[in-house]
Design a protein around this ligand. Sequence first.
Ligand code: FAD
Length: 435
Amino acid sequence: MGEPRVLVVGTGFAGYHCLRTLERVLPAGAAELMAVNPTDYMLYVPLLPEVAGGSLDPRRVAVPLRPKLPRTRLVQAHVTGLDLAARTCTAVDVEGREQVLEWDRLVLTAGSVTRLMSIPGVAEHAFGFKSVAEAVFLRDHVLRQVELAEQATDPAERAARATFVVVGAGYTGTELVAQGQQLTRSALRGRNGLSESEVKWVLVDLAPRVLPGLDERLSGPAARVLRARGADVRLETSVEEVTAHCAKLTDGSEIPTRTVVWCVGVRPDPLVESVALATVKGRVVVDPTLAVPTHPHVFAAGDVAAVPDVFNDGEPTPMTAQHAQRQGKLAGRNVAASLGHGTFGTYRHRDLGFVVDLAGSQAVANPLHVPLTGLPAKAVARGYHLLAMPGNRLRVAVDWLTDLLVRRQVVQFGLVPEAGVRLGDAEKVGAANRG
Ligand SMILES: Cc1cc2nc3c(=O)[nH]c(=O)nc-3n(C[C@H](O)[C@H](O)[C@H](O)COP(=O)(O)OP(=O)(O)OC[C@H]3O[C@@H](n4cnc5c(N)ncnc54)[C@H](O)[C@@H]3O)c2cc1C
């Protein structure tokens, strides 16, 4: 009998922190730690809008896994199947080679994917925004549209190329519009072929306020910042259809554009659907120790798991990094306890508030539920990210400082092909394209 093997699927917030905890609490030789993830880094997703806006280099949000997890065997692959009875997992690597991995404890932390709705044209024409590839593509695409708008001789084409539509005014869409406005402003500096008033950012949401899932006191200030910078914020409005050249809205308007970004929310990773486990809203049902009640050797945490929130009548905790990180740590502790090391704990975490960076000197935040705006919120937002990031902190801080002191570098490389970032393509390509 060898060491029991703990297999963690996904090394995002929950998986990464689970493994860090296991490496800390398990004595040497107590278990073999293995993780399967399509990339060799942990993606710090909350700063992706800054990558799209060009204030952060893409590598800053990719925290290298190997130096951080020296005891873990990392398998760079994509899990395609799980056999809970046989306790095996099938993984396919980047070259399409399949391997079957055995496990004694399984931790599911595969996160979530962009939620597609059956709105005509969205899959074919809208861009997703959840991976480094999508953020880098979007930055290049926006800059290219600015160039092409300036060169266009047809006024209609010029206006369409200079219009950017973001659907979903949650923290992702709101931050993306804010960062996008900064990016286009930087791109226009020193030019005379296209003016700032010709560039339009449109934020659309069905909800009556921006940041609908967050503290109401953050919504008004955030909307005011975006509108003061010229954004067209359309609330209680949805998208009826997206075509290659237009977004049709439910208020009857048609917005000529070459750019629709889909930020309407996420759903658990499709891997969950392939496993016969009970789910709530697509998330794996777990008990307060994060174990699956019918399979005590299987644990789940983060976006993929329906973890009962003791502070909200047992409703599943929201899909946030704040919860995923803490659930990952608890999963690590409880997996260790299930192997005879330490004691079990249950999940209890009261929301500490949220930060929304609105680019420039603007942000909104409610640390410990105290609403802040402007520079104090900005300081809290940046301080929070620097503390929450598991690595690359100095590099991120230097990028931010550089962005304050010198003009943003506005260039496109066009390295990410458009095929793969359209939402429908991303669905087909699956997790191999994420991360
Ligand atoms: C643009 C954006 C901004 C956000 N900003 C914030 C914020 O400011 N604050 C906040 O609290 N939350 C924020 N969130 C939400 C937060 O990022 C998620 O709730 C959090 O990442 C969930 O952590 P997780 O570990 O469950 O999943 P993830 O962090 O997504 O990690 C899942 C991992 O599993 C891997 N994986 C997926 N499928 C497989 C498979 N089949 N096989 C192997 N590996 C697989 C993925 O590649 C990934 O590495 C944001 C989300 C987005 C998209």
